[in-house]
Design a protein around this ligand. Structure first.
Ligand code: 5AD
Ligand code: SF4
Length: 429
């Protein structure tokens, strides 16, 4: 029955914004009658959504594109950040790529899908349906695009452009729509959600409005910038139960010298003050962060300041990255004088230390009862997320086979593996 339908496969690399944009693209293509396939071998069209934030991500995309050569019958489309700034290189290196769609289109997925339709069918539909086929329980939603911060190491402002906050009413309507089609948790996305501003509506006001959507149970957001996270937001987090006690607040470094060179516009003391405020207002908050090791001229002393910050703050999770020089950025003009081996050593130390802390924090939850939102159901396990943001795998107790996706249930945490929690469901009598 489906033999005349074109099939597609999307491979997504990089950040949540890319995941979100791939979801949108997926929805639009389904709405146009294309068929999604799980196996790349069955795909007529392969779309690669790329990332440029670190050199490693670009190298991964290059090798993925290289491997695609063997699927000769596919149409290959490249979108995302590399499609924006490496068009020529991609065209030269990979003759098998059929279409490259740069930033001007990927920042607007409607335009991207119209470009794809024109390429596939030689016609450009003049309208686009906005119908969610089936919504998953947890959904991403971009509230802004681009970034104005120009952290000295970061390519994002150059590939994604200046910050633009989307219309608040449009965001609210999209949230309502997502909830109507099954979503129960929405994660709002922006490079810096704290600087959101549209027609005088601030981020916190937007959150308050979204929290009024009845069947929506949980709201999260990312990423936050310490220089813009204000008391109004902290207060809203402490009084609106739907806003999860979870914040991703990248510290990047514990050394004031490096923070200054990174153009982060805060110092360690200011960061700690924010953490204290958050913990006073929301005692159970799970704070996660990003760290870069091996920024140019990072001495052992600077590095130790970062390590000590991690020990002191006790993040729920630290995403640690080895500095890599990116084109266009101001840091790319500074000699990258820390060897790869040294970056690797610092990376390993931070990772081991932060994993120990994550494990200790998660272990404290053993024996407690946590509210979890059921995200996925497999035959013998349930995947769920705690209110604080930990992924939880629950062993099904055979008497509880009436659990369904989207439900919030109480779980007694009994064990922990890695940073995943395991538990037993508790009947809410
Ligand atoms: N090198 C290493 N890590 C980087 N990040 C951004 N740019 C670079 C770079 N040039 C990290 C930051 C950011 C995360 C998304 O990626 O920690 O918060
Ligand atoms: Fe990059 Fe800094 Fe903007 Fe984040 S805030 S996207 S690190 S420039």
């Amino acid at each position: 029955m489906n033999e005349h339908k074109l099939t597609f496969f999307i491979y997504t690399m990089g950040c949540q914004m890319n995941v979100y944009e791939s979801e949108m693209l997926n929805m639009y293509l389904l709405n146009y009658g294309l068929l999604k396939v799980q196996n790349i071998r069955n795909a007529n069209i392969v779309i690669v959504n790329t990332c440029s934030v670190r050199k490693h991500a670009e190298q991964k995309a290059f090798s993925y594109l290289g491997r695609l050569i063997k699927y000769k019958n596919n149409k290959i489309i490249v979108i995302g950040c590399m499609a924006e700034h490496l068009q020529l290189q991609l065209k030269k290196r990979f003759k098998n790529i059929d279409l490259i769609i740069g930033r001007n289109d990927t920042n607007n997925m409607k335009r991207t899908v119209l470009t794809i339709m024109k390429f596939l069918y030689q016609y450009k539909p003049n309208y686009i349906k906005n119908v969610y086929i089936k919504s998953s329980i947890i959904r991403y939603l971009a509230i802004a695009k681009g970034c104005n911060n120009y952290c000295s190491y970061c390519i994002v402002p150059f590939v994604r452009g200046k910050e633009v906050s989307f219309h608040y009413q449009d965001i609210f309507n999209k949230c309502t729509f997502m909830v109507q089609s099954g979503a129960r948790e929405i994660i709002l996305l922006g490079q810096n959600v704290n600087s959101y501003s549209n027609h005088g509506v601030t981020f916190t006001q937007l959150l308050r409005k979204i929290a009024t959507i009845e069947k929506l149970m949980r709201i999260r957001f990312m990423t936050n910038h310490p220089k813009d996270l204000n008391d109004d937001l902290i207060h809203a987090m402490s009084v609106i139960p739907k806003i999860c006690p979870h914040i991703h607040l990248p510290i990047q470094s514990g050394s004031d010298k490096i923070l200054y060179k990174m153009n982060r516009k805060y110092n360690y003391e200011q960061y700690i003050n924010l953490i204290n405020k958050l913990r006073i207002a929301i005692p159970s908050i799970n704070i996660t962060t990003d760290v870069i090791v091996g920024f140019p001229n990072e001495t052992e002393e600077d590095f130790n300041k970062t390590l000590n910050a991690i020990r002191k703050i006790k993040f729920g999770k630290v995403y640690v990255f080895k500095y890599s020089q990116r084109p266009y950025t101001s840091a790319s003009k500074i000699h990258d004088n820390i060897s790869y081996l040294e970056k690797q050593r610092r990376h390993k130390i931070i990772l081991e230390e932060s994993n120990k802390i994550s494990l200790a924090l998660a272990s404290q939850m053993i024996g407690s009862t946590q509210e979890v939102l059921i995200d996925k159901l497999n035959h013998n396990s349930i995947e769920a997320t705690t209110y604080h943001g930990y992924k939880t795998f629950i062993t099904i107790n055979s008497t509880h086979n009436n659990i369904h996706i989207g439900q919030i249930i109480n779980v007694k945490i009994i064990n922990i593996k890695g940073t995943s929690l395991f538990g037993n469901t508790i009947l809410n009598e």
